[in-house]
Design a binder for this molecule. Sequence first.
Ligand code: XMP
Length: 506
Amino acid sequence: KIIILDFGSQYTQLIARRVRELNVYCEIHPFNHIPEITSDVKGVILSGSPFSVRQEDAPQVDLGLFMDKYPVLAVCYGAQYIAQQSGGDVQPSSTREYGRAKLGYVSEQNKLFKNILTESQVWMSHGDTITEVPESFEIIASTDSVRVAAFQVKDTDTYAIQFHPEVTHSTDGKQLLENFLVDICGCKQDWTADAFVESTIANLKSQLGDDKVVLGLSGGVDSSVAAVLLHKAIGTNLHCIFVDNGLLRKDEYEAVLEQYKHMGLNIKGVDAKERFLGQLAGIKDPELKRKAIGRVFIEVFDDAAHEVQDVVWLAQGTIYPDVIESVSVKGPSATIKSHHNVGGLPDFMKLKIVEPLNTLFKDEVRRVGKTLGIADVILGRHPFPGPGLAIRILGDVTAEKVAILQEADAIYINNLKEAGLYDQVWQAGAIFLPVQSVGVMGDERTYENVICLRAVESVDGMTADWCHLPYPVLAKISNEIINKVKGINRVVYDISSKPPATIEWE
Ligand code: XMP
């Protein structure tokens, strides 16, 4: 494997994804929590950083831990750090070193630049630049304005670059990473979805033995993939629990339960609609709604889990971005991200936790799901919030409002599917607005609620843009909702991006 030491750059996760796209397993660790470097480590990558090496509180690392012992590729801050620590000089850039640049000189016989020619476009993003390097360094690439675009510590496997190979604007970035991983580190490129499935099932078998495991299924990608992996490892010792909170999409509970059964999972459906709606009655505040739903879920899940005799483990579909320790940009201390999927269940259950997907990014979970033969309808499903339709009904939640929203949402989603747009949209849903407006239907004046349609494009939900859905599709959806859903006489479309708007309205 490859170890990526994170100095807090916004691009660190992207480096990890590129390395994995080259079928090499890698892990991100904060610079101040370096793991013990074991014999399976083939190389170390140092990330960029929002800090300058000239700052007093800049992140420091003992290079002796890995330099000259393992191949090293230092990117941006990492490159400047090595240069500075080795007696070179780093100064604020006098020329603009942000954006696209072309490599004017490339050492063509250098292993790192195999198959990369001069004129190759690279992406720069730094406020400092290496002005001097010691005798023992060889400059192996330059641009017009950056003399030390890349260097090698002579006769060693330590390489450094001031540009970012991980962003797509560096057109040969992937080639450069492959050169480092394969030619310099000797990685085999055998980390594939198939290999992951095989080794994870073997590990789960030995870790869990004959123990019983409970897992809460949500209908989403992560919990479904986790369930199938565990099922392949321990069969019916995996007890899945799928809770109907009454806040799912129309007919989704029945359809998904049926699918899970079809996949052979040992699954118990729990109809807790009344319990959730009862606890939500009269609550208007979004956070209080979330709390109530979380609380009831824990109670319901706990009851269902207690019905499984002698259960030892709780399985969760936690994925890698939820567990990566992030380097705080404000100070060089590592903090753990808090996230609603981590932990989350009460202590009194006293179960051991197993998280088979906690080394994977979302797109990797999908690939593993495909390898496992999970249907596209599950793998391609839009993200759906845990509190479900409760946070898409502004204000208090009632059974009537849920029913209206389910109808409108079903019309919306079905039309997106029919128009071939569902897979192009990252997330879509209808929102019930407790606003009444005047309309006319036949000869009658109506005074009814509004449905808002939301559809966004996004990569990870952190930022999002509203989708420019075609007018004819929007027209058809609006028409159908107003004609078919009793209680709705107006449909609007949300054209706000995140930030500043969020994806959900609550
Ligand atoms: P926002 O509304 O914050 O949503 O832009 C970003 C993503 O997170 C989902 N979301 C939630 N998921 N529990 C969840 O499990 C929640 O309370 C919650 N709130 C928002 C939202 O659907 C979107 O994908």
